[in-house]
Every structure is written in C-alpha cells, then in structure tokens.
Design a protein. Sequence first.
Length: 70
Amino acid sequence: MSIKQMLDDLLNKKWDWEDLIWLILMIVIASTFTTPLLGIPIGIIVYFLLFNISDETKEESKKYDLKSKE
C-alpha cells in the first residue's frame, strides 16, 4: 500500500472516539522515543498499520487464509 493510499484512507475514514484515543496514544508513544517532529508521523503510520482494517484488507486476508483451505 502506498503512502498516497494510506493518506486517502485516513482522510476518508469515519472516526469515532476509540480511534482518536488510539491515534493519540500511538503519537505519544512514538514521540517518547523520538522527537515530536518524527513522533507524529510515526504514530500515525503505526496506528494505520495496527488498527485500520478496511474492507480491502479483509478481502485480502480471506484470499490468503490458509486455515480455511483444509
């Protein structure tokens, strides 16, 4: 997935309170280990990779699910 696709997904996402709390937490954790200049983008990327599960991702996981092919 390219950076442009990540950015478009984040801009078009329907945000709820839990998503915002996790996003802020990831930014704070990343800023603790790096400077805030790097921590904010790193935190957003970590949030996207860990917590953003789109329909496209679900379809790909079904396609490559080895347990269901038994």
